[in-house]
Design a protein around this ligand. Sequence first.
Ligand code: ATP
Ligand code: MG
Length: 272
Amino acid sequence: MSLKAFDKHFMVKEGGRPSLARIDPRDKSFFKSREEAEESLAEDTAAINELQDKLYAESKQSLLLVLQAPDAAGKDGTIRKVFGPVDPLGLKAHSFKKPTPEELSHDFLWRVHRKAPAAGEVGIFNRSHYEDVLVVRVHGLAPSKVVEARYEQINAFEKHLSFYGTRVVKVYLHLSKEEQRERLQERIDMPHKNWKYNPGDLEERKRWDEYRKAYEIMLRRCSKAHAPWYIIPADRNWYRNACVARLVRLTLEDMKPRYPEAEFDPTGVVVE
Ligand code: ATP
Ligand code: MG
């Protein structure tokens, strides 16, 4: 299957105006069944592992996967399932939290650029510079003029990364409000999930509609040919995982990483 066919199903076209209300978070039309999706996940993660090995050996280009989502959509779980079997040496995952005073004393891209993957690496951003047009927008943490300017700044930054060999791919995990309610309730009711509960999540949930608007603006203004956004339905974990794994695999295939040519003539060389 080609990246083009995947794009047709999930990618936000440059200049497109996606309406999240019109996309079903429970959609599962990309796979015939749960079994098929689970088989696909296993095959894709094995392929990702091989492709990542080539990317690392080649050491010329990198992949950056950005994950954004409402609370409890499963960013962490997605990363575990998609990259679990992959050699951790070639992976660089980073979670962006509330900025520290030092981070706040720089421009918003400063902390992000430092965590961008080096040549040969696959970088994963669990939250990202997009928080600066999401939570910051919804809570008015920066003047609206500043937030408005950031979309173009983000586009320029991602273009800069791609010019220097980083393929940027962004995933929005599309969770329904009802599914989030169930998942947050589980975090409260099930002792082994209590550690995941953060009372602040309920405050954010009250702003669901404002967040939704902010996500739509982000998807509309920042999905570019050099750094596309993908909307992945996330109410079903098995579907979410299989779709993201497929995207990562197809993107890596499209990057065509190659093992470098040996810099010596191996003919007749025998290790005693
Ligand atoms: P989980 O989904 O498992 O709860 P998480 O990613 O929400 O994990 P937390 O430590 O609970 O991790 O939350 C990180 C918080 O940091 C989020 O509320 C996020 O909005 C906030 N944050 C991240 N970047 C920024 C930023 N630039 N400005 C303000 N807040 C930010
Ligand atoms: Mg949280």
